[in-house]
Design a protein around this ligand. Structure first.
Ligand SMILES: Nc1ncnc2c1ncn2[C@@H]1O[C@H](COP(=O)(O)OP(=O)(O)OP(=O)(O)O)[C@@H](O)[C@H]1O
Length: 243
């Protein structure tokens, strides 16, 4: 299962003209790997996530999620695909104040029309996988910022998505808690085989990624200091065989 953006161009209306937010972007994220997307403010990172998450349809190019070209789908079909195959983790998890951690997850299953009993089991399993087995009955105000973000991550995994899109998950956390959240995302990506895209400003998180790309003025390019091939050790020329 993977996520593939091919030649994606996205423009927004800008007075009488159009502003190019994404310019022929290509990105391939295999299942089980994490791509970090970085770049200056206004460069197009959120636009890239919105297109990958099928929230915005690009002007041209294709977006393939779990083998389906989403740009060929109707709006209703896109909504179904998004619910089934895409998990989104926002900067602020936006938890409902009156619900416990387990209920925040169970709501997702209810929206999808799944039986409550299996949803409870799945919610508990996911909370355990993000280290919150003992906090299932807590409400948001009884959780730390890092714990709330973990609930947001577990919630995004409720539908067992092929693609996990994560927008600046550590911006409200201190360095240590932020690093723990990124470690968690890396582990879940491997365990669950998701194609994960992590947008982050924080360069400290980049080494955790399998791949780092930078967005500049809507164009994607490999991050110079993370994708450059490692220098090969100088090897002596093979000895010429004795004759
Ligand atoms: N709805 C919109 N209408 C018009 N222009 C937009 C819209 N959304 C974004 N833009 C413009 O598109 C460009 C890319 O914006 P985008 O939000 O994708 O950047 P970003 O890299 O996520 O920025 P930040 O790091 O500040 O969140 C910017 O020039 C922005 O002003």
């Amino acid at each position: 299962m993977n996520l593939r953006l091919t030649d994606v161009t996205l423009t927004y209306p800008d007075g009488d003209a159009r502003l190019t937010a994404l310019d022929r972007v290509c990105l391939d994220v295999p299942g089980g790997s994490l791509a970090a997307v970085t770049g200056p403010s206004g460069s197009g990172k959120s636009s890239l996530l919105a297109v990958a998450g099928t929230l915005i349809t690009p002007d041209s190019g294709t977006v393939t999620v779990a083998g389906t070209d989403v740009t060929a789908l109707t709006r209703a079909e896109r909504a179904v695909l998004r619910r089934r195959h895409i998990g989104i983790v926002f900067q602020q998890p936006g938890l409902l104040p009156s619900l416990t951690a387990a209920e925040q997850l169970q709501v997702m299953a209810r929206i999808d029309g799944r039986p409550a009993r299996s949803a409870r089991g799945r919610a508990m399993e996911l909370l355990a996988s993000v280290g919150l087995a003992g906090s299932a009955g807590r409400r948001p105000h009884q959780l730390s910022g890092g714990q709330r973000q973990r609930v947001g991550i577990a919630r995004a995994l409720m539908n067992d998505p092929a693609v996990l899109l994560v927008d600046e998950p550590t911006s409200a956390l201190d360095r240590e808690r932020g690093a723990a959240v990124v470690d968690l995302l890396t582990r879940l990506t491997r365990e669950r085989g998701t194609a994960t895209v992590l947008v982050t400003h924080d360069r400290a998180h980049l080494p955790a990624a399998d791949r780092v790309v930078e967005v500049h003025d809507g164009r994607l390019r490999p991050a110079a200091d993370h994708e450059a091939p490692l220098p090969r050790p100088a090897r002596p020329a093979p000895a010429s065989p004795d004759r």
